[in-house]
Write a protein that binds this ligand. Structure first.
Ligand SMILES: C[S@@+](CC[C@H](N)C(=O)[O-])C[C@H]1O[C@@H](n2cnc3c(N)ncnc32)[C@H](O)[C@@H]1O
Length: 204
């Protein structure tokens, strides 16, 4: 079965915003999280793995999980080209399947708004984190629907406060968040539309 992201996987890395956004998020993650080479990490919805490649030298292993076969194919090619022996692409859909792997850190970038049942995915992340582990989520603040345009059936961004209360009821603690990047897009009238992105962290 194909999904929409299969069609864009081959050209994803040509968009400079995808790299710039990942660089801003990686920089902030390195500043606020204590990363070390013993850490076993999961990036969920890794796409072409841009963020994982940026963090790869700071942690032990990263499982780069995505349910788009083509995204996974692109990641596999990049891992071989760069000889990135601590990065492991895997095609998997946590919305539909259960993983028995455990991690010190789970992070995702611009993925949560594509996940239908947020509470259910938080419960899976909580189960998959080791005690003391960290969840990091970078995603859109509420937006007017123009980010994806017509036909999008995901979430139009999030209030981090609402995610915080959901995370606390799931068993997470020490939730904090801040704005970490703004996607800038030119509009038809020549002005720029801004889509701010937050970085939220929580502990198990
Ligand atoms: C907007 S892209 C972001 C990709 C990458 N994180 C980035 O920021 O460059 C969303 C990614 O999440 C993946 N994705 C969406 N739903 C998923 C699911 N249920 N399980 C795994 N991956 C999923 C898509 O295939 C896609 O690669």
């Amino acid at each position: 079965m194909t999904n929409n992201f299969d069609d864009v996987a081959g050209t994803w890395d040509e968009n400079p915003i995808h790299l710039e956004r990942s660089q801003a998020i990686a920089q902030r993650m390195m500043e606020i999280l204590t990363l070390n080479k013993d850490m076993d990490v999961l990036e969920y919805g890794a796409g072409t793995g841009i963020l994982s490649f940026l963090l790869s030298e700071k942690v032990g292993h990263i499982t780069m999980m995505d349910n788009s076969k083509e995204m996974v194919r692109v990641m596999e090619g990049k891992v071989l080209d760069r000889n990135a022996m601590n990065l492991f692409p895997v095609c998997f859909n946590l919305e539909e399947e259960v993983s028995d792997q455990s991690f010190d850190l789970i992070f995702n970038q611009m993925v949560l708004h594509h996940i239908h049942d947020i509470k259910a995915i938080f419960e899976k992340f909580h189960k998959m984190l080791l005690p003391g582990g960290t969840l990091a989520i970078a995603d859109l603040y509420p937006e007017d629907g123009s980010f994806h345009g017509e036909g999008f059936d995901g979430h139009l961004g999030f209030y981090p406060e609402q995610l915080e209360s959901m995370l606390l009821t799931t068993g997470f603690r020490k939730v904090s968040y801040e704005e970490c990047y703004e996607v800038k897009r030119a509009t038809a009238d020549g002005s720029n539309k801004l889509y701010p992105i937050f970085l939220l962290t929580a502990s198990k």
